[in-house]
Design a protein. Structure first.
Ligand code: PLP
Length: 365
């Protein structure tokens, strides 16, 4: 695949030609049998990817839409927001913007929010739900959502998980871990074009959602749940994106989810050992921002030595025909990011890393 393997942004990620071409199919009525078959292919194919028996909601929005849905549909009560990066901060901001009483716990970006801090917050007062970002795309930090689910449930608190750069790249066991709501976007580890978001709610979450007063309309998950029975969406779906999703979901299931996780782990490990190699090679303190024990397999934020601008690295890499990401939020000036997720391969990752090394060496010369 010579036309694939140059675009390593941590979202959107590179989309295979077959998936892009699927979008050239003609429009069809979204209240009709042909659409219902298409929808069933996408929705049914996503269940094994979410590791769930529950229906998968398909939202014609970016992932932020389903973050808002999670908040709006959580049962009444205060929300505990675990913040350890830019996207988890966004989750807390959404809770506030939707008029919910939100308490922030954490605040450090350098690792997951410690479980004991979460527990003392849960012990202090009653929360109806907590929000967590599984894989913080701004830092490359991975949180242990399984442990957090156990902890939350011990305090009768629902767990709402943004796994936008987690799902399909690192293990997520929606049903086995008892996750109350998990959401992702089409354009990250699923390697589809941007514009769709997918989410799964536990039976209990959706039953309790009926008591949430301000669910709004577009992101009312109770409506999504009702339409799923008919293999339909509440309003006109992004049909072209569904064509793309149908092709990609089948591709992912053909690869096998566990193989996909293993490939992501291998891509991540190549990236981390390359960072060590780079230190040695150019004699400058490059590093992996996320701590050893809590690294996401889909994205790495690489810290640069003082005096080197991450933007200059991104630019030098672009001049050589490859795309990587700059730093995000408060890490903008001190890191660049490599998205090693989606349909990339270990060989493809090695190729971009070689180009980054070359660019860095040229800049430091
Ligand atoms: C990209 C991203 C989002 C936001 O997704 P949009 O599709 O831009 O709304 C949210 N959370 C995480 C962790 C992300 O990486």
């Amino acid at each position: 695949m010579s036309d694939f393997g140059t675009f390593f942004l941590p979202g959107p990620t590179e989309v295979r030609r077959e998936v892009l071409e699927a979008m050239l199919q003609p429009m069809l009525p979204h209240r009709g049998a042909v659409f219902e078959q298409l929808f069933a292919r996408v929705e049914g194919g996503l269940r094994p990817i979410f590791r769930t028996q529950r229906p998968v909601y398909v939202s014609s929005s970016s992932a932020t839409g389903l973050m808002e849905a999670a908040i709006r549909c959580a049962r009444p009560g205060a929300i505990l927001c675990l913040v350890n990066g830019a996207f988890s901060e966004r989750f807390a901001n959404i809770a506030q913007a939707c008029g919910r009483e939100a308490t922030v716990v954490g605040g450090e970006w350098s690792g997951p929010v410690p479980l004991d801090e979460v527990e003392s917050a849960l012990r202090t007062r009653k929360y109806s739900a907590l929000t967590v970002v599984h894989s913080e795309t701004s830092t490359g930090v991975l949180s242990d959502i399984h442990a957090l689910a156990r902890l939350a449930h011990a305090y009768d608190c629902a767990i709402l998980v943004d796994s936008v750069t987690g799902l399909a790249g690192v293990p997520v066991e929606t049903d086995a871990w008892g996750l109350d709501f998990v959401l992702t976007g089409s354009q990250k580890a699923l390697a589809m074009p941007p514009g769709l978001a997918f989410g799964v709610a536990s039976e209990r979450f959706i039953a309790e959602a009926r008591s949430a007063e301000s669910r709004g309309l577009y992101f009312d998950l109770v409506e999504f749940e009702q339409y799923i029975g008919k293999h339909q969406t509440p309003n006109t779906p992004a049909l072209s994106l569904l064509y793309a999703a149908a092709v990609q979901v089948e591709h992912i299931n053909r690869e096998g989810l566990e193989q996909r996780w293993a490939r992501h782990e291998a891509m991540a490990e190549h990236t981390w050992s390359w960072v060590h190699e780079l230190r040695r090679l150019v004699g400058a303190p490059f590093g992996v921002y996320a701590p050893d024990a809590a690294r996401s397999h889909t994205v790495t934020a690489v810290t640069v030595p003082p005096g080197l601008s991450p933007d200059a690295v991104v630019k030098a890499v672009a001049e050589r025909g490859y795309v990587i990401g700059g730093g995000y939020g408060r890490l903008k000036g001190s890191t660049f990011r490599i998205g090693h997720m989606g349909d990339h391969t270990v060989g493809g990752v090695d190729a971009v890393l070689e180009v980054v090394a070359e660019s860095v060496a040229a800049l430091l010369r």
